[in-house]
Design a protein around this ligand. Structure first.
Ligand code: F6P
Length: 500
């Protein structure tokens, strides 16, 4: 969830190959100022921090899509930052690929978000959008092929670019290709809701990479389980014992294909950055404002999310309501600070969900609130400093996604919280694999169960909460972004040229 970052001076000088990164959303975005000039805003996240590990002299290139008018104008004026190549893909093609396929189909499949009696519907419109998804992936593959030096290492990101590895492999057999999935992978049966030919194309596209990275073993295994049934006409040899370097080899029909190695890299929180950033004056200012809103002596349950369907914000609010209902002793003694920042507002289903989050929060405040107590403090405007302030004062962190690739918030709050926090964590979050031992874990659909978990977390003695929080912070920071990135890079480099 980190959305702002600094660049460290500690860099890795071990690798020699040119490094290219490809992702839909790049590290910078451009907006028009009133006078028509362009303002560059830098983003954050694990990838930005990770790439900084190889330092400015490494001749790295980040290929991304131009996402708005400001980006497109920056491309036209030729003013994009050095080290960034933005692709000005036709806006309608981009919208079909990003909103239509990536976010309305692939995201829904991997997070199991469909209401299956009525959806999905794979009709002629879907096929038209799939063509756009191909075009968009081809634009990336071509740009990477044009920009990569001999034997370069190319790290392709996420479900937006599932076809790009195979397309790039055809254009440039000499480069080493990695693909990393930042999402979960659907269970085999759910994945097979996709039309057979599309599922096959998607898997073969990814298997064009030399190495596929996942955030957890659970998602890696789900991917591997999808391969044999979907790739029926091919000869698929999959081996997935966890400790024996799993790989998939696909042969014929047509040409022989290579082996794809599978790796797991559980991205961790960036403790150094978070601890320093959360002590700056703008965070202290937000802390004072939040303290005033919360009132004296109350416990605080914090959640910070994009308003994303998979984050399960509405059930989280309902669980809090159930707590106030079933355990009236908490009334006036607890506040739920919920930050739900805008996401994918081009999609009606996200706009509706955003409205529902606000409606339910208002309903709880109307039902239980008193003149001196607002049970829920909801903020919907993205403010990184305010998120860190909330992290600092959290007694309880609520992270209850329906399904989530990792969920970095679950890792960040224990690192930042001043007095230590208890973590209520969904068993469907990737972070569950590493944090479950010290968290209070929940079934995300079980609202009554989540209410009880909140009660348990709020009731935890201070010393136990502080101790558990310390252990959570240790587990959360095992693989900081720079090491996460370097591990992938070194694994690919170790494969030698052309993935041999
Ligand atoms: O979880 C997958 C992911 O691509 C993340 O890497 C990213 O934080 C998130 O989705 C954001 O998606 P979008 O670019 O659609 O806002």
């Amino acid at each position: 969830m980190v959305s702002e970052h600094s660049v460290s001076e500690h860099t890795d000088s071990e690798h020699t190959a040119q490094v290219l990164v490809a992702s839909n959303r790049g590290p910078v975005t451009y907006a028009f100022r009133e006078d028509g000039t362009l303002d560059a805003r830098r983003g954050g996240g694990g990838l930005v921090s990770g790439l900084s590990a190889i330092g400015p002299d490494a001749n790295a290139l980040w290929v991304c899509a131009a996402l708005g008018d400001g980006d497109r104008e920056a491309v036209r004026r030729g003013v994009t930052e050095p080290g960034v190549r933005m692709l000005d893909i036709d806006a309608a093609v981009h919208a079909d690929a990003y909103n239509g396929i990536a976010n309305s189909v692939l995201w829904f499949v991997h997070h199991m978000l469909y209401q299956t009696p009525l959806e999905p519907v794979f009709d002629a419109e879907f096929r038209r959008q799939w063509d756009a998804y191909r075009t968009y992936n081809r634009a990336f593959a071509q740009a990477l092929a044009d920009s990569a030096g001999p034997s370069a290492v190319v790290l392709i990101q996420d479900y937006h670019l599932a076809l790009a590895p195979g397309m790039l492999r055809e254009l440039r057999p000499d480069v080493r290709i990695g693909h990393f999935s930042h999402t979960p992978w659907a269970p085999e049966e759910y994945f097979r809701m996709l039309p057979d030919d599309i599922a096959e194309e998607l898997l073969l596209g990814m298997l064009g990479a030399d190495r596929l990275g996942f955030l957890t073993w659970r998602w890696a295994q789900a991917f591997m389980r999808s391969c044999p049934p979907v790739l029926g006409p091919y000869d698929v040899a999959a081996s997935w014992p966890k400790d024996l370097a799993p790989s998939i080899r696909v042969a014929g029909p047509g040409s022989a294909r290579g082996r794809t190695w599978i790796g797991v890299h559980g991205l961790g929180a960036d403790a150094e950055f978070l601890r320093e950033r959360s002590r700056r004056p703008d965070v202290a200012e937000r802390l004072i404002a939040l303290h005033e809103q919360i009132g004296v002596g109350r416990k605080v349950i914090v959640r910070v999310d994009r308003t994303e369907l998979s984050k399960n914000i509405v059930r989280g609010l309902r669980a809090y309501e159930a707590l106030l209902d079933a355990r009236p002793e908490w009334r006036e003694r607890v506040v739920h600070v919920a930050f739900a920042y805008p996401s994918r507002q081009d999609l009606a289903v996200y706009r509706d969900y955003t409205a529902e989050v606000s409606r339910v929060a208002e309903e709880i405040n109307a039902r239980y609130g008193t003149p001196g107590w607002s049970p829920v403090i909801l903020h919907v405007k993205d403010d990184f400093a305010r998120s860190l302030a909330a992290y600092r004062l959290a007694d309880v962190a609520l992270v209850n996604p329906i399904r989530d690739g990792m969920n970095l918030v679950a890792k960040e709050i224990p690192v930042v919280s001043d007095a230590g926090c208890a973590l209520v964590l969904s068993r469907e979050a990737g972070a569950y694999e590493e944090l479950r031992e010290h968290a209070i874990t929940v079934n995300p659909y079980d609202v009554a169960g989540t209410a009880e978990a909140l009660h348990e977390a709020l009731s935890m003695p201070d010393d136990e909460r502080a101790e558990r929080s310390k252990r959570l912070a240790v587990a959360a920071t095992v693989l900081p972004p720079k090491q996460w990135f370097l591990d992938q890079l070194h694994a690919l480099e170790a494969l030698g040229e052309g993935g041999a």
